[in-house]
Design a protein around this ligand. Structure first.
Ligand code: UT7
Length: 311
């Protein structure tokens, strides 16, 4: 038996807080509409994808009690790279002082669950990699039209990270996973180079609920885990109504959801690790607890995983 454990975690949010009242003052929207339709009350704007990733990554390495040079695999999930070339993970790798390999992964808002599953598979594949830093970092405010009320109030910036360590005596980290995509749905959510996010919100909502529920149900069955055995549900933080619909349809306990979107907005790749780290910091996880991760996003991508918390 061998597997990986999550041995450290960390997060980073820009200092600038933007409340719903600030949008209310200059767009045809209201705090009441935003809270009722999304659950978002405020969000953070600022920083770069690499600077937020470095802050979150450094915190996760410190929490794990490691030195950056002991990290031999860095996976950075992002849809908003600092540059087209090189990958933003190169900047993060250099500035943190990591060893080994680094690459970016883009599966939109499902990206962090893709990254976690990918990193775990690479650690499990053989003697090549021992310790992975898995970061989700996005600066969606840089690709959002702040005059468009249908997207401006939703998207924001942040980063979160975990350290995975391979251990001979550990049980498998990922009990079951499901990564998927329906490329025919590309036109309902996209951003051209140099452009802004375009979204058919209602259609994304409908598809997201259907795809994530099917996918989560699949991994629960594959892992042989019933919904009441899930200690923490960590969904992509896009809309509280999407999360509520999932909780209801999957039969999960509502109080076991990790929610941060009320203060972070939708931070794409960062949303799942931000919710996870907030729950971990609040002492909501004990060794052996089972976590259900869920993500969905442009593509349309979706991803689910049942993971054992080992820290
Ligand atoms: O992470 C990537 C994935 N993205 C998502 O998960 C987003 C998924 N979609 C959603 O979260 C929701 O669809 C939204 C929050 C984007 C919109 O909520 P909705 O309840 O689906 O509203 P809607 O798009 O059906 O629009 C209802 C009305 C429309 O006005 P009319 O046509 O009924 O007159 C919109 O123009 O609400 C209007 N509206 C707004 N009103 C006030 C849209 N945005 C706003 C706004 N303030 N900010």
């Amino acid at each position: 038996m061998s597997g990986s454990v999550i041995s450290g975690w960390g997060s980073a949010l820009p200092e600038k807080v933007v409340t719903n009242a600030e949008f209310e003052a200059r767009l045809d929207t209201s705090d009441a509409w935003i809270v009722e339709r999304t659950g978002i009350r405020e969000r953070r704007f600022g920083g770069t994808t690499s600077s937020l990733a470095i802050e979150a990554g450094a915190a996760a390495i410190e929490k794990a009690g490691l030195e950056p040079g002991q990290i031999d695999l860095l996976v950075l999930s992002t849809t908003t790279p600092d540059k087209t070339v090189p990958a933003t993970s190169s900047t993060v790798h250099a500035q943190l002082g990591c060893s080994g390999a680094a690459f970016d992964l883009n599966a939109a808002c499902a990206g962090y669950v893709y990254a976690l599953v990918t990193a775990d598979a690479m650690l499990s594949a053989g003697p090549g990699f021992r310790r992975a830093l898995v970061i989700g970092s996005d600066t969606l405010s840089t690709i959002t039209d702040m005059e468009d009320r249908s997207t401006a109030v939703l998207f924001a910036d942040g980063a979160g990270a975990v350290v995975l360590e391979h251990r001979e005596e550990a049980e498998p980290l990922v009990l079951a996973s499901d990564l998927g995509l329906d490329g025919s749905l590309l036109p309902i959510l996209y951003c051209e180079h140099g452009g802004y996010m375009k979204m058919e919100g209602r259609e994304v909502f409908r598809r997201a609920v259907r795809a994530t529920v099917e996918s989560a149900d699949k991994v629960l069955r594959a892992a042989g885990v019933s919904p009441d055995e899930i200690a923490l549900f960590v969904p992509h933080q896009a809309n509280l109504r999407i999360i509520d619909a999932m909780v209801q349809r999957l039969g999960l306990a509502p109080e076991r959801s990790a929610i941060v979107l009320d203060t972070t907005g939708n931070t794409s790749s960062a949303s799942v690790p931000l919710a996870l780290t907030a729950a971990a910091d609040a002492g909501r996880l004990a060794p052996g607890d089972l976590i259900l991760f869920s993500g969905f996003g442009a593509g349309m991508t979706w991803a689910s995983a049942v993971v054992r918390w080992g820290a």
